[in-house]
Design a protein. Structure first.
Length: 506
């Protein structure tokens, strides 16, 4: 897909609303991303039904993230070569096939294969949505529209455990796929009827060496990080993660060479734009803390407090709903006030919520657990929407697809790292406490408190990054030292029109 903007006015340009193409892609993306975390509450059922261990069951989520990390780097090239409708049809068609295979799976291996196919379709939808949005929505309306995108890209994973808890109360784990299948099919058909092609195709070659190295690098890093969370495979996981990092280094060097005399698979020139790079770092840490807390909180509520999957889902649902409902409001506020006004308080709220969870005990009131979760989700809503819009808005149009690919890939790596980090910290602390004679349940609570404490410490880093973000970008950010230029004020000749030339307006 090209980043060229159609000559005719879009809905966003004409009336300031969200274009129909973006609305359709948000709806479809919400459905597919919901499946990334929908299996978390189903692990006990899967263990009984398929006679597998907890470690094996966790692979249904790990394999999803692994596939996403391996496929997303290719989407920048893919979206430039195909039309919007074709990309949508291929992505949703692949997702539907994976969902049907998973629903009918007679054995764990088939179910795992179905999840991999599902993730392949999901990996295309995320960059497709972001690239299309940046193409058809003018800069002055992106905050409001990006608020709707937050619903799909951030709220869907947050609501996954709650939705699965409700569905599992009605019956088998297969219902998780049976319920999603007709909804996804209806969204696909409706989208194909209404969706219009945006921009123009660009014929470009692909470097298959980069494809292979990217799959090995990003996939290996996610796989290794997932093994780090298992005490029996921690050393192996560290080795595989290190090999993945080495492969990513080779991939990066290859892209730098291709940028000079070829077509890079993932254009790293996006990282020359300071606002985008800062936004990328903040999004990664925010996603890491969100997924890490999503792993620890259900463990606390079910293993320590004895709640059922449904009760756990209902307790965390208000926070997820608050995050979704605030998305459009936060987007409008970003259009009016800029980024720091929202991101800085949001980052502080995230750190305070996680610090509060670091004080949990075996008798912590449920209202406090609920309140902290709502604060966490509200903080994430105030952070994600402006950072999405600010970071992508800093890029020139021809780098939109590459920027969204980098963002999506980093999200999966951050999710895997957050999960591995929190589980490793918790299990290490628990084991140490038990060795010192502490009972099993109090030892586990101690491990969870330390895990939340580590997440809170990482959240403090987002506060520092938020303070460095510009208030907004006008047009396209300037590569290299854009942020430094913005903070330095007008140039020496006294000309204050930096914003008009496309640099950051602080």
């Amino acid at each position: 897909m090209s980043a060229a903007i159609p000559e005719r006015p879009t809905a966003a340009e004409a009336g300031g609303g969200t274009p129909i193409v973006v609305r359709l892609l948000v709806l479809a993306t919400f459905v597919v991303i919901l499946n990334e975390t929908i299996m978390i509450n189903a692990i006990p059922r899967l263990m009984d039904s398929l006679h597998i261990t907890e470690q094996s069951a966790q692979w249904l989520s790990t394999a999803f993230m692994l596939t996403m990390a391996a496929v997303i780097p290719v989407t920048g090239w893919f979206l430039q070569r195909v039309t919007t409708r074709r990309a949508y049809a291929l992505a949703m068609g692949t997702f539907l096939v994976g969902t049907a295979v998973s629903a009918l799976a007679p054995a764990f291996a088939v179910l795992l294969a179905g999840r991999v196919v599902q993730a392949t379709g999901t990996a295309v939808m995320m960059p497709l949505l972001m690239t299309t949005l940046m193409t058809v929505v003018p800069a002055q309306n992106r905050g409001k529209v990006m608020g709707n995108v937050t619903l799909a890209m951030s709220v869907a994973p947050a609501l996954g455990p709650a939705v699965s808890g409700v569905i599992l109360q009605a019956g088998s784990w297969r219902l998780l796929f049976v319920v999603v299948l007709p909804i996804a099919a209806g969204v696909t058909l409706f989208g194909l009827r209404k969706l219009e092609n945006i921009g123009e195709q660009q014929a470009s070659s692909i470097d298959w060496f980069s494809v292979c190295v990217a799959a090995l690098g990003f996939g290996g890093l996610v796989y290794g990080l997932s093994l780090v969370g298992e005490s029996d495979h921690r050393t192996l996981g560290i080795g595989i993660a290190a090999a993945g990092i080495a492969a990513i280094a080779v991939f990066a060097l290859r892209q730098l060479r291709l940028q000079r005399d070829g077509t890079p698979l993932m254009d790293l020139r996006t990282l020359r734009y300071g606002t985008f790079t800062l936004s990328l770092a903040l999004m990664a840490i925010g996603f890491l803390t969100m997924l890490g807390s999503m792993i620890l909180l259900p463990l606390y509520l079910q293993n320590v407090r004895g709640l059922s999957p449904l009760e756990t889902g209902l307790l965390v649902m208000p926070g997820g709903l608050a995050m979704g409902l605030l998305g459009p409001t936060v987007g409008k506020a970003f259009d009016r006030f800029g980024s720091r006004t929202l991101v800085l308080p949001g980052s502080i709220g995230i750190a305070l919520a996680l610090a509060g969870y670091a004080q949990i005990a075996m008798t912590t009131p449920y209202w406090k657990v609920l309140g902290l979760h709502v604060l966490l989700m509200v903080g994430l809503a105030a952070t994600f929407t402006p950072v999405f819009a600010l970071g992508m808005g800093a890029l020139p149009s021809h780098l939109y697809s590459h920027g969204s690919s980098i963002l999506g890939t980093l999200q999966q790596v951050a999710a895997a790292f957050g999960t591995a980090l929190m589980v490793t910290v918790m299990s290490s602390r628990t084991t140490s406490q038990i060795a010192d004679g502490v009972a099993a349940v109090p030892a586990q609570v101690s491990g969870m408190k330390l895990g939340f404490g580590v997440a809170a410490a990482l959240a403090v880093v987002t506060i520092a990054i938020a303070a460095k973000l510009p208030q907004r970008v006008a047009g396209t950010d300037t590569p290299a030292d854009a942020l430094a230029d913005a903070d330095a004020g007008p140039p020496a000749d006294g000309n204050p029109d930096l914003g008009e030339r496309g640099t950051v307006k602080a």
